[in-house]
Design a protein around this ligand. Structure first.
Ligand code: FDA
Length: 299
């Protein structure tokens, strides 16, 4: 990450919440399930699939984890009622991972069963490195128990990722948003890209279904080359992008016959997700500076 970017990441928490909310509106469907359903309907009409995320992470009590699980069951029901083409993405910390791993597992298994009965699918997002072992453990336990409608996420940033990829059947591959120390994670953009490419090769070679989750044109081109060279069709991979990021590129991919899924977050706990998206927006330094100047002038 460039020096300027690092500085922006450091000051982001000091940026007023109102400004964070305004700048990040494009990344979030809205506060309610109705908002998510509306956005997914629009995406489906454009030929894109969706994965719905109920915002909320690092909850502090079991009741809150139960609420998030309930909200996801509501999402599955809504997907069916509205005939939406969407699955869900969950965060284990939102389902109680840091309170009680068994409680978390119970919620996830409940969601995977609900999804199975509806012919749907659960993707387990990957959070910071303190959760990697538990997340992969839960994924493996569920697959071993016969649940084949669950997938996980790998982060190319982590040095361990290539080793972790072995044997995974359904993977979303991304760079990884959480900043991790150099002892466990690549820091250089070129190294992260190389790790992404190498892990993608390994996943495709071992027959995994892969969600290629990136907006990085070099990696999109590499993925297109790799699937073309192997003669793979859309039942083996899909592209994935975040709501509000490079939508015109997603349209081009759909136009070229590619399967594209958009990550659609909704809910009232928008702050942490918004900060992560802003830290990756190349234009953010300009927005924040312009707003600060405006506010100083108003005083
Ligand atoms: P990079 O950040 O280099 O972006 C490439 C280009 O895309 C930029 O130059 C810019 O043009 C555009 N861009 C990217 N982000 C932008 C933004 N916020 N605003 C405006 N433009 C932007 N991470 C994780 O740790 N665990 C997870 O479970 C997931 N899940 C996930 C799902 C999906 C569907 C996606 C696409 C991504 C994730 N991620 C994730 C996030 C991922 O790890 C990574 O942080 C972001 O995708 C950004 O990395 P890129 O590969 O897009 O490259």
């Amino acid at each position: 990450m460039a020096l300027l970017d690092r500085a922006i990441v450091r000051v982001l928490p000091a940026v007023p919440r109102g400004l964070v909310r305004r700048l990040s509106a494009r990344y979030i469907a809205g506060p309610t399930l109705d908002d998510a359903a509306r956005v997914v309907r629009q995406l489906n009409a454009q030929g894109k699939l969706a994965t719905i995320d109920v915002l909320g992470e690092e909850i502090h009590d079991a009741a809150a984890a139960g609420d998030i699980a309930l909200a996801y069951h509501g999402v599955f029901a809504r997907i069916d009622d509205d005939r939406l083409d969407a699955n869900v993405s969950i965060k284990l910390t939102a389902l109680g991972l840091q309170l009680d791993e068994r409680l978390c597992r119970m919620h996830v298994e409940g969601l995977v069963r609900d999804a199975r009965e509806r012919g749907n699918f659960v993707r387990i997002d990957m959070e910071d490195s303190s959760t990697t072992d538990a997340t992969l453990r839960l994924y493996h336990e569920l697959r071993t128990a016969g649940h084949d409608n669950v997938g996980v996420v790998l982060q190319a940033r982590l040095r361990r990722t290539l080793a972790d990829a072995t044997g995974l059947r359904n993977v979303r591959l991304c760079k990884g948003i959480y900043l991790e120390p150099s002892t466990i994670a690549y820091q250089d953009a070129g190294e992260i890209r190389a790790s992404f490419r190498e892990t993608l090769t390994m996943l495709l070679d071992q027959g995994s279904y892969v969600g290629v989750a990136t907006h990085d044109e070099a990696l999109i081109q590499d993925a297109l080359r790799q699937v073309r060279e192997r003669g793979l069709t859309a039942n083996r991979y899909e592209f994935q992008m975040l709501l509000g990021v490079r939508p015109e590129r997603a349209d081009e991919l759909v136009g070229a016959g590619q399967r594209v899924r958009i990550y659609v977050p909704f809910g009232t706990h928008w702050y942490e997700y918004s900060l992560r998206r802003l830290q990756e927006n190349p234009a953010i330094a300009g927005y924040v500076a312009a707003d600060t100047v405006r506010r100083v002038r108003r005083r």
